[in-house]
Design a protein around this ligand. Structure first.
Ligand SMILES: CC(C)(COP(=O)(O)OP(=O)(O)OC[C@H]1O[C@@H](n2cnc3c(N)ncnc32)[C@H](O)[C@@H]1OP(=O)(O)O)[C@@H](O)C(=O)NCCC(=O)NCCS
Length: 361
């Protein structure tokens, strides 16, 4: 088959100060295309986000430079390219994505965009390039993660990564919990976890974080990159303080996205020891997203993971009764966390590959 040559344009996306600015049209169109691509890949609409709710994460941040380009083919916007450059310390890492509508796949558009990714990484002194993609289940040959946990189909995106020199490092499981189903098991698990965690109590807040929890929440957030299983992926250590917590929270509150933090507090010392986050858009009929969950190492073995997850879900059901389900991501080798999720009733709905390439210095 002879494919007609395509006119590909990669254009830096101007980030508007507000979604009502006269120059916001390209950003709004980028989000529309983004949402369409996620729906095409996953077969559902739970990854959609409103343009004004995505905008805050693109505003200038002293800890990360986010570069984004729109991709147009023959004058029509068909996708985007993103390169995120962490600015903490002497980072060698770049995270990137290329997302294109299905109609244009297999015509060299992704490869043209990829040249831009690698050039941008090199120009910024980054040699460790990492990227994630959903690989919808399909028959045929499969690729296994070197962790020994999970496989994905050797699909179009996988071939794209391999062709460009990437190796599969880890598989992430995307799971969903039905918020409209029975909650008896959640209640039962919560009472078991409460009995097993004498000496701790549940504290909850919606962002912004109350000042009394700044330090404890900051420390737990900083442990996410050090404590979550990362296979051979590379993440810079993060320093969190009250100012960073405030900036983190503002990304949700500025977007009008309620973020519920459910934490376990050690009563004797006041220390926060475990936490779980749930978030939704302004449209409460959307899916809920479960974000970070962590139990500090010294406090494991008291069912605090189950405690914060179940307490969070019960509060959430009253707060967002129209949200159909919670979706979450976990490393496929993270058995302790998957055990908790599976017991609660989360079921796998998709798998993502985490891919890495190291450039020569
Ligand atoms: C993964 C993705 C970015 C690839 O983009 P793409 O434009 O389809 O990629 P390319 O066309 O450059 O290369 C893919 C295939 O097309 C072939 N191809 C490249 N140029 C071509 C051309 N001019 N004409 C025909 N075929 C071509 C390539 O040889 C390659 O073939 P292979 O699969 O047998 O190796 C795209 O499918 C996508 O957006 N997927 C969803 C999001 C995603 O998974 N992104 C991954 C990175 S975050």
């Amino acid at each position: 088959m002879i494919t007609a040559p395509v006119r590909i344009e990669l254009r830096p996306l101007a980030i508007p100060a507000s979604i009502d600015s006269p120059d916001a049209a390209d950003f709004i169109e980028m989000v529309r295309v983004r949402n369409r691509i996620y729906a095409e890949i996953s077969g559902h609409d739970d990854h959609r986000i409103a343009a004004d709710e995505l905008l805050p994460i693109y505003q200038p941040d002293e800890l990360e430079r986010r570069l984004v380009w729109t991709v147009s083919v023959d004058g029509e916007m068909v996708g985007r390219v993103g390169v995120d450059l962490p600015l903490e310390g002497d980072s060698k890492v770049a995270f990137w994505l290329i997302e294109l509508v299905r109609d244009v796949w297999g015509r060299g558009v992704g490869s043209t965009a990829y040249e831009l990714v690698e050039r941008t990484a090199r120009e910024n002194g980054r040699t460790v390039l990492q990227s994630w993609a959903e690989h919808p289940d399909a028959p045929g040959p499969r690729l296994a993660a070197p962790t020994g946990f999970g496989t994905i189909p050797d699909d179009h995106a996988a071939r794209f990564y391999v062709r460009h020199g990437y190796t599969l490092e880890q598989i992430e499981r995307n799971s969903a919990f039905d918020l409209r189903g029975p909650f008896e098991e959640v209640k039962r698990l919560l009472s078991g976890a409460t009995a097993a965690s004498e000496g701790y109590r549940v504290v909850q807040w919606f962002a912004p974080t109350p000042a009394e929890f700044f330090a404890g929440y900051a420390w737990m957030k900083s442990r996410m990159v050090t404590d979550a299983p990362a296979a051979s992926l590379e993440f810079d250590e993060e320093t969190w303080d009250a100012a960073r917590v405030a900036r983190h929270d503002a990304m949700y509150t500025d977007a009008g996205r309620p973020l519920l933090v459910t934490a376990a507090q050690h009563i004797a010392t006041g220390e926060l020891c475990a936490f779980n986050e749930l978030v939704i858009g302004k449209d409460r009929t959307e899916a809920t997203h479960q974000e970070d969950t962590l139990v500090l190492k010294d406090h494991r073995g008291h069912k605090l993971g189950t405690l914060v997850k179940c307490a969070g879900l019960l509060t959430w059901r009253d707060f967002a009764p129209e949200s159909p389900r919670v979706i979450t991501y976990n490393a496929e080798e993270n058995r302790p966390m998957l055990d908790i999720n599976e017991a609660i009733g989360f079921v796998p709905i998709a798998y993502e590959g985490a891919w890495k390439k190291v450039l020569d210095d």
